[in-house]
Design a protein around this ligand. Sequence first.
Ligand SMILES: NC(=O)c1ccc[n+]([C@@H]2O[C@H](COP(=O)([O-])OP(=O)(O)OC[C@H]3O[C@@H](n4cnc5c(N)ncnc54)[C@H](O)[C@@H]3O)[C@@H](O)[C@H]2O)c1
Length: 286
Amino acid sequence: MTVVARRSHELKRLEGKVALVTGAGRRKGLGEAICQRLASEGAKVVVTDLGVPAADLPADRIGTRSELDEVVAQIRATGGEASACLLDVRNELQVQEAVAFAKSTYGGLDILVNNAGVGYLMAPFTEMPLERWDLVLGVNLTGAFLCSKHAAQAMIEQGRGGRIINIASVAAKSGSMYLSAYAASKHGMIGFTRSAALELGLHKITVNAICPNHVTTGLGSVQNALRAEQRGQTIDEYLTEMRSRIPLGRVGLAEDTAKACAFLCSAEADYITAEAMNVSGGQEVH
Ligand SMILES: NC(=O)c1ccc[n+]([C@@H]2O[C@H](COP(=O)([O-])OP(=O)(O)OC[C@H]3O[C@@H](n4cnc5c(N)ncnc54)[C@H](O)[C@@H]3O)[C@@H](O)[C@H]2O)c1
């Protein structure tokens, strides 16, 4: 018998599913790759992001409305189904509206990916203003809580199970110099993942975290520039040194996280919950 190899993105493991992804309206971000992958596997995707300037976030670090529309257009151009929705994950009313949008547009909600994150505010914690700490914890951790709360309510009401995926980081498992608020928020995300998984198991809703290592997105390139400067290196020198510490010999790609996300959303991961899965080429091992 001839075995015809199918590339995994040709799999349609998510047909009939509706997904909502936060912080996904930035080109070349992890969120964009996750939306593209989920849509390519058959999910209908609500692509959400701030889309408008936020008073307390640098304008050049957030997804704009036109970028959000481009992400949606790109998915549609490749035959996928997607819609845009503005969402500041810190705003509970907007979170409720985004969940309602998924239900009214696509008839339900099966998958939530908490991807929105702030990871570019680097400083020694002894010099960190309280507002900056609150900002990072507010987006990365409280935002994931609010979105999970309302998505889980919708999933429980539907009664057909569900998936919540929290995009954490290798900084969820080890300390990260000058990124104390970020590391604290990501460590917190794992604690939240494990606790929510305990509460939602009876409803057949799984909750897992993914812990990527460095990916050169908008956020990742700011981290590279600052780390290289601190070490007196060029960015290329810094990246070469980073690669030497990764057993698989390269930094992460947005697609690596997107593939792991699609797997955890699929029926193949039915019995996997409360995990914090490294997608780090072997860089993080616990
Ligand atoms: N790039 C990396 O190296 C890396 C590694 C590990 C984990 N991560 C995580 O992956 C996720 C995506 O990061 P990325 O590298 O694609 O960064 P990115 O900066 O490209 O994307 C982050 C997105 O979050 C959005 N966002 C910020 N505040 C928001 C808010 N209040 N409400 C809604 N959206 C908001 C931004 O608009 C942006 O689109 C983040 O949670 C990040 O911590 C990134």
